[in-house]
Each structure stands twice: as structure tokens, then as C-alpha cells.
Design a binder for this molecule. Sequence first.
Ligand code: ASP
Ligand code: MG
Length: 482
Amino acid sequence: MSQSIEPSARRTQPTVLKFGGTSVADADALQRLARLVRRAYQSTRTVVIVSALAGVTDALLTAVDAAATGTGDPKRPRPELDALIERHQAIATRLARPQGAAGLGIALARARAEIAELLNAIAREPERRPALRDEIAAYGERLSAALVTAVLGAADLPARYVDARRCLLTDAAHGRATPLFPQTEEHTRAELAPLLDGELIPVLGGYIGATPQGVTTTLGRGGSDYSAALVGAALGAREIQIWTDVNGVLTADPRVVADARTIPALSYAEAAELAYFGAKVLHPRTLQPATDHGIPVRICNSRAPGEPGTLVTAQGVGRVGTVTAIAHKSGITVLQITSTRMLGAYGFLRGLFEVFERHRTVVDVVTTSEVSVSLTVDDAASLPQIIAELRPLGLVAIESDRAIVCVVGEGLRTTPGIAARVFATISDINVSLISQGASRVNLTFVVDNARAREVVQRLHAALFALEPADLDTAAAAGERMP
Ligand code: ASP
Ligand code: MG
């Protein structure tokens, strides 16, 4: 049991364990969580960061939208949200001590009343909506952290609830706040160091923060990973563990490539490329604090903790001549702007990109020639207005139903031959907008949506051919040879 461990035997540099929504979704998940926290705490100081229970953030934000637009059934408001709040109680009744369950019951009743009050305010005060929306969204992580604290306590682990809003200080950009780094570091240390010195296990909700004035903010959807990285960086953690429901980062989307496999090790640069290109395992901003402080990030499966998962470090294991992963993103639109005014002129590109900025539309891949610019956008919501504003700059052509394919690997830095292999493998397929990012660990290009699956499958087969050692293992396991 945890108490039998001498304080001196536990490493002082903490490990941060972050559990996503499905890893806290029900009683079984929380039992697994308690086992994982116990295992970590046996050897190292431990900090726990949790997401809201799966579905809760969606339900809270749906309630906000309904209140803002005046839709929904007024007699039976928010049944889905009520059921999810009730689920916290049901889990506590099963797993927490009676006192812990009763304490949580009080917190839940208070939360229900406060959320109802805040939803009324949403309807009445449109100008306060962005702030109220964050205030309401934050209940998901606050309640999840309170529940997890009670469950860990019942498992004889010395857990302490910490209000993450006292640690993560941010600007006031509601819904996508940016952390104030020095303040966050200072407050996180001040709040957590005394608990860690006392051999306690702090439990914080991810995703949420507050302005220096104490107004609640959120870091953007999926932001709990980012919280874990910020806390890890502030504490100089030895490792940040992201516990999710898949076996780490895979060599390709397993829905497209049946034999996609877990990548044992990635470099920060590779992981950052993959995070942007739709590998939804890690929130894209997560890697910055870890990279800055050189903290390893491990991505593991809470349902299969025996699996090795993926370890992200500065070096990765990219070997010369090898590729690490193939990512892709479908449903992309390509815009081509052609204008002789570009020739030898400056200021043209600025004017062009300002159009996208005005419409808050992210541009992913860009290639240019002397007289044309091609770029891809994922979010086509503002496209009609964007095109109208681009017309004065030149001829605009639109290609919809495209896909981005991105071959990632540290090996690309040093091996020009990989590009030749990639394009030789798909030489019968039309490829456009070829670009090699400045990080030089990706080779990105655009193909027809309809052929994206085939492209990824063929590239995976060609670039991830099993090596002789793997073949021996596969043969020993009686698997079909490729
Ligand atoms: N609960 C938040 C969301 O669903 C944050 C997170 O899970 O990381 O986006
Ligand atoms: Mg997530």
C-alpha cells in the first residue's frame, strides 16, 4: 500500500498524469485510473490532471447555445446535461467513501443551481456571453477533478483537489485563452509545491484557467493536454503522461490502414507535425512547454496500460532513410490565386493573407510561384466572403474535395531519396501543392479526396515494409506475411 513507502524512497521530481474524457468516463475507468495513479505514486511524486467526463463539455456548450438562441424545451431543460451530472454521483456512490460521496453530492447540487443561474444570464446579457460560456464550460473539469479526488481518497491515495484556476493564469481571450507563462509558473509552484512536499497528490481539472482578475477562461477544446504540459513545465516534471483510449500515436489512421502500428518514439518536431495534421491524440499546443523544458511526453492507453505507447522526446528515433508516420486530412479546399501583379511586387502576399485573417480562417499548406499562390483551407465556412475579397487581387480558382497527405519523419532531414520513393509509389496519381516544411521533417502534398485512402495505404505499404526482425516475429506468431 502507498503508506508503506518511505517519503525518501519517492523521487522528488514529479510525474504529471493526465486522463482524458474517456479515461474518467465511468466507474470502471476510474478504477483503472486509481491503479495507474497508485503505480506512479509508488515511485515518484505525482500530479493528476483530468478532463471532464466524456460528453460533459459538449453537453455544457450545447446548453449554452440553446440558452443563447432561446431554443430547447423550457419544461424539461437540459436532460442530457442533468443525466451527465447525475453520473458523477452514481460513480461516487460506487467508488468513494460515504463521506466523499456526500461531499460530492453537495458540490453537484450547488453546481446545478449555479449552472442554471448562469444559463439565465446567458439569455439576458448577450455582451457577457463569451465569459459566461467559459464559466459554464469549466464545471465539467471542476466536477471531474472533485470526483477523482474522492475516488483516489477511497483507494487510500492522499489526493487533494486543487482549483486549476489558481494555477493557470491566462489572458482574457475567452474560449481560446493564452497562458501568461511567468505567472502560471509562479502560481502553479506556489499552489502545488507545498502539497508535493507533504507527499500529497494534487488533482486539477485541465482546460480551465483564469485571468489575473479571477475571471474563468478556457484553453480551447481538447485543452487539458495543454494544461498538463503547462503544469509539468512549471514543476520541472520528469515526465508528462497523457492517458487516452488508443495505443499512443500510430503510423497511420487505423481506419484507413489496417496494419498501422504504434510508433514507439517520436521527436517533438515529428509529434508537432502530426498533431497539426489531424492525429487527434495530442492537442497541438501541448508540445511547446514540454519542448522548451525538455520534458518527455508519453502517450498511453488507460485501457491497455501494459502497451508501451509512444514516447515523445527531443531526439525521437528517426533513422536515416526512414519515415515515421503518414498523416492525412480529407475535405480540404484548395484556392489558387493568379495575378501578374505579383511579379516583382511586394505587399501582395500580405494583402492576400489579411483576407484570411479577417475571416479567422486557418491556412494549412502554402506554395507560391512568381505569379500564383496556392493554399489549402480546412474550414470552408467563410469561403464565399473570402473569395469575394480575393477577386480584386487576381484570378481565383477553387478546387474542393481535396485531401492533404503528410509524410513525417526525422529521416527526411537527411535523406532526399525519400521524396523520390514517395512520388514513385503514387506516380499514377495526380499530386499538387508539394511542400517541405521548414522543420524539414515533413513532406506534404495534396491529392483528390477520392484517392486519399488509396494513397495512404500504398505509401504505408511501401514505406513501412516490415523489417527482417519483424518478419521473424510475425512468422513466429503465425501471422500472414505481406
Ligand atoms: N473537456 C474539454 C473538451 O472536451 C477539454 C479536454 O478534454 O481536453 O474539449
Ligand atoms: Mg483530448
